[in-house]
Write a protein that binds this ligand. Structure first.
Ligand code: ZN
Length: 422
């Protein structure tokens, strides 16, 4: 059964299955009618052309709140030698030093944005590797890319530096560049004798510039690593009031259970928002040559949800040494997160993890199917979760402002001229 062709003009989509939280703040999926007039959802009108959608599941435009557009698609010229986290770090460092001109980063960013748009994503936060001199290049370029995509994808960026960088003078320059471009202050935390000083310096820089924060945290299967607790406690101790997002949190999955759950209590008290990146975690974590992985790295999303911590899921890396695959497709993220994290058979409404929670975590416009909201919809040829996740939904319809977008994906050959190995 194919999805119907939608007529132009004033239409009413009957018998659509949508997330209730985007309609009236309810829970789960509900069947409803949506009227579209002048590019917006509207109150029902007697002269609207009705279209029977036969139960098709539909979602507002997705939000992909943790990506690395600057790293994307370098795989053909700089692959990960062994699939490990260390291998990824070394490979990306080599590639960025040698190759990340504004022209190179822009072309690869645009490729990812075209894919995301075609798949139905309307807002993205990307991290930008920001150790000098890359910070000047990428932050110089970012406002131009954001302007070019305005009206199609809302773009945010967060700087990405190692936590020892927070104690350098160069970090102040990075923070200024970030603030100047309306960005988010971000860094990677790992165990260090100076961690508290690094965190304090980081939050001082964020407070001075009025910036939200976004951390890469404990992306390791070492059960002794718990910088998450230090971040949460520092947010409480400082009374930091702006939004704080923490991503990955893989070590929680192998940590002593009592310590892990106590840490989550502190995270809840600190008001942190969590983003889990399960596809990238599956690729990198617990990888050892010739040994089958036992631990899959996904963080404790059910235990977080039980504490009221807003949990989100996102793409993370795309065809780069941190993740060899990926296509900026939030339906893939949804499908994989559900399978990897056992989000099915759960009492929680996980549709919020791709829509309402990431919008609130980043400050993007809240997803809404209510009258006057932009008529942005991803309509799938599926009437239930089992139909939705069984197939890749390559035949989905993506509406933006009430009109179907061209869903043609960019051709990988577009980037061939940038891919000669150095
Ligand atoms: Zn990341």
């Amino acid at each position: 059964m194919a999805l119907p062709t939608l007529p132009e003009g004033l239409i009413r989509l009957d018998n659509l299955t949508v997330p209730a939280h985007c309609l009236d703040g309810g829970v789960g999926m509900v069947t409803t009618s949506l009227t579209i007039a002048g590019g917006e959802f509207a109150d029902d009108a007697s002269d609207a052309t009705p279209v029977d959608m036969r139960g098709a599941m539909a979602f507002p435009g997705f939000i992909d709140m943790h990506t690395h557009l600057d790293k994307g698609h370098i795989w053909p010229r700089r692959s990960n030698p062994d699939g490990s986290f260390e291998g990824a770090l070394v490979a990306v460092r080599g590639d960025s030093t040698a190759r990340w001109s504004a022209e190179d980063v822009r072309a690869r960013m645009n490729f990812s944005l075209k894919s995301a748009y075609a798949h139905g994503t309307r807002a993205i936060r990307t991290h930008l590797d920001s150790h000098a001199p890359q910070d000047a290049i990428s932050w110089g370029l970012f406002p131009e890319v954001r302007a070019e995509w305005e009206g199609r994808i809302d773009l945010q960026a967060a700087c990405l530096v190692a936590c020892d960088y927070a104690l350098t003078d160069a970090f102040q320059t990075t923070a200024d560049l970030t603030a100047g471009a309306g960005g988010v202050l971000g860094m990677v935390t790992y165990p260090s004798a100076d961690l508290q000083a690094q965190l304090d310096a980081f939050f001082v820089a964020a407070e001075a510039r009025g910036l939200d924060a976004d951390f890469h945290v404990d992306e390791t299967m070492d059960p002794t690593v718990n910088t998450l607790r230090d971040i949460a406690q520092t947010v409480i101790d400082r009374g930091f009031e702006r939004r704080v997002t923490v991503g990955h949190l893989c070590s929680l999955s192998v940590m002593d259970e009592t310590e892990a759950l106590h840490t989550l209590d502190v995270v809840a008290r600190a008001g942190l928002r969590v983003v889990s990146l399960p596809m990238c975690n599956m690729y990198l974590q617990d990888r050892h040559a010739a040994r089958t992985p036992r631990n899959r790295g996904i963080t404790l999303v059910h235990e977080m949800a039980a504490r009221g911590i807003p949990v989100c899921f996102a793409s993370d890396n795309t065809r780069d040494p941190f993740y060899a695959y990926g296509d900026m497709d939030m339906l893939e993220v949804m499908r994989e997160a559900t399978r990897i994290g056992h989000l099915d058979h759960s009492v929680f409404d996980w549709t919020r993890a791709y829509l309402g929670h990431p919008a609130a975590a980043c400050g993007f416009e809240a997803p809404s199917l209510a009258p006057c909201a932009p008529a942005d919809l991803v309509i799938c040829n599926a009437r239930s979760w089992t139909e939705l996740f069984a197939r890749p939904q390559s035949d989905r319809i993506v509406l933006r402002n009430g009109r179907p977008v061209d869903r043609t994906l960019p051709d990988y050959a577009e980037l061939d001229h940038l891919m000669e190995p150095s």
